[in-house]
Design a protein around this ligand. Structure first.
Ligand SMILES: *Cc1c(COP(=O)(O)O)cnc(C)c1O
Length: 366
């Protein structure tokens, strides 16, 4: 029996070990650990990679989204539209500002927000739309942008799962007013700890996010806002600079594995994900759907295959959002995804044989 973990850094990190250790030594010898050259260079490199003008490193993906919202002046009494199916960080970033997250259902085929339903959720309190490129596939940004423009709303990308993905040839991070990225280790571009970034071509926003993440300071000991401490440290920036060079190669391999899965999975009880023609997908997560999901999961685990669920409880049914008083059944598509989605192994370093084994096991499940 093969043993295939849900995710593994082994091959990825072995291949770049010397480069990573060299980069670490550069920081170590330089004796400068916060707000130095590595972060500055990474910011330039990542902005250029996304095709945007500015990048501001910060502590994590949640902070990136929160800092953008705060910099846009969103807070108490405001509403921000978020998908009903996403990682809870998307909604928490809104809640931290004092504003209210308003959920909009996704397409079940792509898991991404359905632009046609956004307009119904707009009220006179709505200030922004947070579009999530879930699992690594961009949301339908042109249609979302139309609603944003019609109601004069900020359009923010939650790009935490979509480093390098494109929509009509344009990279995520460059598809709205501003984007938040996460460099959590398991993300397609991951640090060796927490990290995040804001990407935008709005100079004023970039400056404000930088100040807000640095105690509200525009220059040393001069504080213009009641800011946070959320910065990307030199060690993580140095690690990310090495990894950014590999990202396209890693995403390409994820696409090869996804193609094998899509072509090979042939079990009438299992639905594979759909990629829309305008998009390139980076498969942060390969999510299949199955009515008897929990049985399939147990079967695969018994066959040595690691799995995960993204996400087992929708946000409106989490204790954290009990205050919103949203009953079960209010977001049936999000609930259906929570009940049926199963994430199967997807990582750089997975061999064709391993992908083949996952396919065979899914196909042999009765
Ligand atoms: C990971 C993630 C975040 C949060 O990033 P952290 O770095 O863990 O704070 C936000 N949104 C989505 C969709 C994510 O997957």
């Amino acid at each position: 029996m093969m043993k295939i973990p849900f995710v593994s850094f082994e091959v990825m990190h072995k291949e770049i070990e010397y480069k990573m250790l060299d980069a670490f030594k550069r920081v170590y010898d330089n004796n400068w650990f916060i707000q130095g050259k590595e972060c500055e260079e990474f910011e330039k490199e990542f902005a250029a990679y996304c095709g945007a003008d500015y990048c501001v490193g910060c502590g994590n993906g949640l902070d990136a989204l929160y800092l953008i919202l705060r910099a846009y002046g969103i807070g108490e009494g405001d509403e921000v539209i978020v998908p009903s199916n996403t990682y809870i960080a998307t909604a928490l970033a809104v809640s931290y500002t004092g504003a209210k997250p308003v959920f909009v259902e996704p397409f079940i085929e792509t898991f991404n927000i359905n632009p046609a339903l956004i307009e119904d959720a707009v009220t006179d309190k709505t200030k922004a739309i947070m579009a999530v490129h879930l699992y690594g596939q961009p949301a339908r940004m042109d249609e979302i942008k139309k609603v944003a423009e019609k109601y004069n709303l900020k359009l923010i990308e939650d790009s935490a799962q979509a480093h390098g993905a494109t929509y009509k040839g344009v990279k995520t991070g460059n598809l709205g007013d501003a984007a938040g990225f996460s460099f959590y280790p398991g993300k397609n571009l991951g640090a060796l700890g927490d990290g995040g970034a804001i990407v935008t071509s709005d100079r004023e926003l970039a400056d404000m996010c930088r100040a807000l993440g640095n105690y509200g300071s525009d220059y040393k000991y001069h504080h213009i806002y009641k800011g946070n401490n959320s910065r990307l440290d030199e060690v993580q920036a140095a690690m990310l600079r090495v990894k950014l060079h590999e990202l396209d190669k890693w995403n390409k391999r994820r696409n090869e594995i996804a193609k094998m899965y899509i072509d090979g999975i042939d079990n009438e009880k299992v639905i594979t994900p759909v990629t829309e023609p305008d998009m390139t997908h980076v498969y942060h997560i390969f999510g299949i759907r199955c009515d008897r999901r929990d049985e399939l999961e147990k079967y695969l685990n018994d066959k040595g295959i690691g799995t995960n669920k993204h996400y087992p409880i929708p946000m409106h049914m989490q204790g954290a959002y009990a205050d919103l008083n949203i009953p079960e059944g209010a977001y049936p598509i999000a609930e259906e995804i929570s009940r049926t989605e199963l994430s199967i192994p997807m990582y750089y370093g997975m061999t064709d044989d391993e992908a083949g084994y996952v396919i065979d096991m899914i196909n042999s499940w009765k």
